[in-house]
Every structure is written in structure tokens, then in C-alpha cells.
Design a protein around this ligand. Structure first.
Ligand SMILES: [Zn+2]
Length: 199
């Protein structure tokens, strides 16, 4: 029988490592495994899930969730999907279909965005999953358990791919959801000042 298991949490909580660990165990058990990740996440490598600690496992790149259905081979027993928050609305339907076909579907992704808002489609995927693991990071400010991904750069785009230096883990108390917006305002003011100075 198939099922869906989801690993969520902020950046730096070890989601990819946990996914890789489960996939490796399936491989050791001689199950047929296929791994997918969105083409948008090209940090460190083109083909392969890489965790922040450097663990790696080879994967197929896909543009969106529906492409996974076309690439899954009938004999595959276990499917791993990393950075799933970038795969779009159809992900829930795709995972459900694969689980209904009798496959074990493991999905890892961010459950909240840089503002602390639910990051679709992960919340809906959690609702239909058989098993949920929520990992916490460590707050870089105070050392408490961290649920939030703090963006440190000036951008309000939902997706800004990056790692160390652009994001850090923060706890509920230290999280500053408006920081990215404040930085945009600061940059505007600086730009106006420098224009006034030069003109
Ligand atoms: Zn903190």
C-alpha cells in the first residue's frame, strides 16, 4: 500500500538530510527509488539533492509537479521530492495519485515563507499526508528552537533562492517578518540621498 510522508520546517532544520537518510535506507532495502527536485533550486549542483551539510543524492530536475507524473517509472516503489514548496498547486494531486498507485511518497519542503505565512502547497499536502515530521532549526540569535526562516536581503519576492548569508533560522521571539520590506525602504532612501548628492 502507498502513502505520503512529509518533512517540513524552516531552512537549516535538516529537512534535506532527513529526506536523504530515508531514501538511502530504501535503497539499502533494495527498493526502486526515484528522486525529484524543482529546476529552480540550482544551488551547489545541477543534478542532486544537496543538504547544507554536503550530503548528496542524485535526482531528476522537474519544472513543476505534473512533470513528476510523466517521469515516474511504473516499477518505482519509493519517490522522494525535495524543495517541494516550489512545485506548485498540482503537487497535492500528484502525490495523492502516486500514493493511490501504491507508491511511498516522501516530500520535504518549507511550510512557511519569509513572512511566516503558510507556504502553499505544503499546508494542503500536510492535510492529506499519512505521516508528518516537523523539524526545528536553532535560532542564530538566542539558541532557542526556531520555526522561522528569516530573510536578510531586500526583496519581497516569494522565491529568492539562496542559502548562507541570505537567510537564517530565527525563533518566534527573534523573528522579524518585516525585515525584508524595511530593507527595501532603506535602500530607496539611500538611493534618493545619493542622487541628491550627485545631482
Ligand atoms: Zn531567538
Amino acid at each position: 500500500m502507498g502513502w505520503i510522508e512529509v518533512i517540513v520546517g524552516p531552512m537549516f532544520s535538516g529537512k534535506s538530510e532527513e529526506l536523504i537518510r530515508r531514501l538511502r535506507r530504501a535503497e539499502i532495502a533494495r527498493q526502486r527509488v526515484q528522486i525529484f527536485k524543482p529546476v529552480i533550486d540550482q544551488r551547489y549542483t545541477v543534478n542532486g539533492i544537496v543538504s547544507h551539510s554536503g550530503l548528496e543524492i542524485s535526482s531528476d530536475l522537474v519544472k513543476d509537479a505534473s512533470e513528476i507524473l510523466t517521469k515516474v517509472e511504473p516499477r518505482t516503489e519509493v519517490i522522494g521530492i525535495d524543495e517541494a514548496q516550489f512545485l506548485g498547486e498540482a503537487l497535492v494531486e500528484v502525490c495523492t495519485k502516486l500514493a493511490d498507485m501504491g507508491k511511498r511518497v516522501m516530500v520535504s519542503g518549507l511550510d512557511t515563507d519569509f513572512m511566516g505565512r503558510p507556504f502553499e502547497p505544503m499546508p494542503r499536502l500536510l492535510a492529506v499526508a499519512e505521516e508528518i515530521t516537523k523539524l526545528l532549526a536553532i535560532c542564530v540569535r538566542c539558541g532557542n528552537p526556531a520555526v522561522n526562516t528569516q530573510r536578510l536581503v531586500a526583496s519581497e519576492d516569494l522565491i529568492v533562492v539562496g542559502a548562507a548569508g541570505m537567510y537564517e533560522a530565527r525563533c518566534r521571539r527573534c523573528f522579524e517578518p518585516q525585515l525584508a520590506t524595511q530593507k527595501i525602504e532603506e535602500e530607496k532612501k539611500t538611493a534618493v540621498k545619493s542622487r541628491a548628492a550627485s545631482g
